[in-house]
Design a protein around this ligand. Structure first.
Ligand code: ZN
Length: 326
């Protein structure tokens, strides 16, 4: 394997992020936003149910121009964040950071996960509000075309011979190649912290129930927007994307799986439209610049030294914040 020598300090990625993000974590909100527009693409069947056997759906308008009502499968907010936090926490454990942090019982209040995604107050330590914001995502097309019921034949292995007493359960699954256009926003994070959140998004591949067996999701980063607010909601983004795809294909939109390239193109166009409507200015990281940024990020994460230096920066950013906060 090729070993890359890289430093975080003079990486292109850091340079690009430093132009927009805060140099230190502010004690009071500055509303320095970075929004990642992410297309979440299911690569296998996935179970997106809150409880029970039926997919979470919501009745909404298909587009902003197309106003007919459709039922859309919903990718709940916590179903996006929870797996991404788990990725980050596992990464921290590898680095022996926040090992005592117990997500279910007592959070440490000091590790990157607590300080970035937030934690509730416990015993004397102040709480931290989340600096990553997400919302539930919506599938582009209607529910009818993308769900499939799969009967699970669970044989009770306790019964004699393992034959008698089969239990049948039917669960609705989402089909592969369904896209959820989503925006994940960070607020008042440093460049090193942004990299931590980005790593969790780009390297998490399992979402939904029974994710050890299915639910492979590929996250495609389409753009990053820097500004003092949020540009648009997930629903609005999805509706704008739908309008663009519908304008191209009409009712045929429901017939075949969508392609990544057409959804990406529609997402760019939807974003540009929202930028024109916006009252606030945004800087965007897209196209060749985004490719350059992501290429540099890959090199950095593959380099032991690069990783280490980035981690050191993350640690010092957060330690400074903890001591300033007191
Ligand atoms: Zn913690």
């Amino acid at each position: 394997m090729k070993t890359l020598t890289m430093t975080w300090q003079d990486s292109v990625a850091k340079e690009m992020l430093d132009q927009h993000l805060v140099k230190e974590i502010p004690l009071s909100p500055q509303r320095n936003y970075a929004s990642m527009i992410v297309l979440r693409e299911c690569h296998s069947t996935a179970v997106l149910t809150t409880e029970g056997t039926v997919l979470d759906v919501e009745l909404v308008r298909s587009g902003e121009e197309q106003e007919d009502l459709i039922s859309r499968v919903v990718l709940q907010k916590r179903k996006q964040v929870a797996p991404e936090r788990r990725t980050g926490r596992a990464f921290n454990r590898q680095l022996e950071v926040g090992e005592k942090c117990d997500y279910m019982n007592e959070m440490c209040g000091k590790c990157p996960d607590c300080l970035i995604y937030g934690f509730a107050a416990s015993k004397g330590e102040g709480a931290q509000r989340a600096r990553v914001m997400t919302d539930s995502g919506f599938a582009i097309r209607s529910y009818d075309g993308m769900q499939r019921s799969i009967t699970l034949n669970a044989i009770k292995d306790t019964s004699a011979g393992g034959v008698a007493g089969s239990a049948f359960a039917e669960r609705e699954h989402i089909r592969p190649q369904v896209f959820f256009p989503t925006v994940e926003s960070t607020v008042d994070v440093t460049s090193a912290e942004f990299m931590y959140i980005l790593r969790n998004i780009l390297t998490t591949t399992r979402y939904g129930a029974e994710s050890n067996r299915q639910g492979y999701v590929k996250n495609h980063l389409v753009a990053v927007l820097f500004g003092s607010g949020e540009l648009l909601s997930n629903l609005s983004l999805t509706q704008k994307v739908y309008d663009r795809l519908y304008a191209k294909t009409g009712d045929k939109i429901h017939e075949f799986p969508l392609s990544l390239s057409e959804v990406t193109e529609a997402t760019h166009s939807a974003m540009n439209d929202a930028l024109e409507e916006s009252y606030l200015p945004f800087d965007r990281l897209v196209g060749e610049d985004l490719n350059k940024f992501l290429g540099n990020v890959r090199d950095l994460w593959k380099s032991e030294e690069g990783n280490q230096l980035w981690q050191e920066q993350l640690k010092s950013d957060q330690q400074e914040y903890i001591s300033n906060r007191k």
